[in-house]
Design a protein around this ligand. Structure first.
Ligand code: AQP
Length: 343
């Protein structure tokens, strides 16, 4: 191998699980930034990671609905299927095939350190699926099947991306190649970790049992306003510095959400609302959230009236994704020493 690392052309990949409805966390931490990346002109590939979703039981009819609704969410938020490749993971076999290779590269000890597995499996790890444990190797395959270089994600995915880098580096080292890029996580903005509205120390999540803990992109204006009004906070007014919010996670979370929705910094929010109580701040935040989310909600409903068109878009995206991933998979098989009949 040469001393200078091989330069891979910039290519962005990211995905979201159709494991429920989209939340404000998915929107601010991921989707909104996917749109910015697309609009910046870099090649962008976005995936509904349905194979990840089934690492925990999914009702088949609900999974189909959630996958289509997620696709509608991507498009309603601004992803243009002509400019970005948009598809569902299971339609491109390279993801699962490369994941097997990576299962053989990743070490048990690496996967055992993954906090998401510990969080999701909880005390019942013996009963969790093997898929849930191996999830990060599939995630590495999702990204590396495209030789993607940059991955916009929320803060919770940082550890999985470090593992993706470790897998790429070990594969390259073990086979003496510079075949897989060492990807860069892109974790930016005011809302890289949107917290639950009921508990400022827990991530807002689509699978949280409490619907009041999150804002769903399908929530109507009344539901959004009600959830924000009831969001847990403290009795103090907003301070005049961000540092003073260090021990007030719920207040900090609402400030971050406001900043991300308004495309301003949390400092700007503090400058505007210092000294104001939540009686003033929460309704202002609710108005802003409704203003930004209502058009997405309306467009998602419109798109969901024609699921055949959504399926067509996903099929078209899958064909384009496959055209990139299949040759990379084949080269990987060659490197590993797996015989392929000449076609
Ligand atoms: N609360 C969040 N704040 C910021 N970003 C978030 N993301 C998720 N929750 C937040 C980002 O959204 C992308 C897609 O995530 P995912 O659906 O693939 O899986 P997840 O991170 O496990 O999301 P959930 O909502 O918590 O799903 P469940 O409940 O099914 O596990 C990622 O970029 C993630 O960082």
């Amino acid at each position: 191998m040469s001393d200078t690392p091989k330069a891979f052309p910039p290519r962005i990949f990211s995905g979201i699980q159709p494991s429920g409805g989209l939340t404000l966390g998915n929107y601010l931490g991921a989707l909104k930034r996917f749109v910015q990346a697309q609009d910046d002109g870099t090649e962008t590939i976005y995936c509904m990671v349905d194979l990840h979703a089934i690492t925990v039981w999914q009702d088949p009819a609900k999974l189909r609905h959630a996958t289509r609704e997620l696709a509608a969410g991507f498009i309603a938020a601004g992803i243009d299927p002509a400019r970005s490749i948009l598809f569902n993971q299971s339609q491109v076999p390279a993801h699962a095939e490369l994941a097997w290779i990576f299962n053989c590269v990743a070490r048990m000890g690496w996967l055992k350190r993954m906090t998401q597995f510990k969080d999701k499996a909880g005390k019942n790890a013996e009963n969790a699926s093997v898929g849930l444990f191996a999830y990060p190797a599939l995630m590495a395959a999702d990204i590396l099947a495209y030789h993607a270089t940059h991955v916009p994600v929320g803060e919770d995915q940082k550890q999985h991306l470090e593992l993706t880098r470790d897998i790429a580096a070990k594969f390259n080292h073990d086979f003496g190649v510079e075949f897989f890029p060492i990807v860069e996580p892109v974790i930016e903005g005011a809302a890289t970790r949107v917290m639950s509205l009921r508990d400022g120390t827990k991530k807002m999540s689509k699978s949280d049992p409490s619907d009041m803990s999150r804002i769903n992109l399908t929530d109507d204006a009344d539901a959004i306003a009600q959830k924000l009004r009831k969001a847990r906070t403290d009795p103090e007014p907003l301070p005049d510095t961000l540092d003073a919010l260090a021990e007030r996670p719920e207040a900090r979370n609402l400030v971050n959400i406001y900043a991300a929705l308004a495309d301003i910094t949390p400092e700007d929010v503090i400058a505007q609302y210092a000294g104001q109580g939540f009686g003033t701040f929460k309704p202002a935040l609710a108005d802003l959230a409704v203003d930004k989310l209502a058009p997405i909600n309306a467009e998602m409903s419109r798109l969901m009236q024609d699921v055949a068109e959504i399926d067509r878009i996903l099929g078209d995206g899958a064909a384009r994704a496959n055209a990139i991933a299949q040759p990379i998979l084949e080269q990987c098989y060659d490197i590993v020493g797996l015989i392929r009949a000449a076609r």
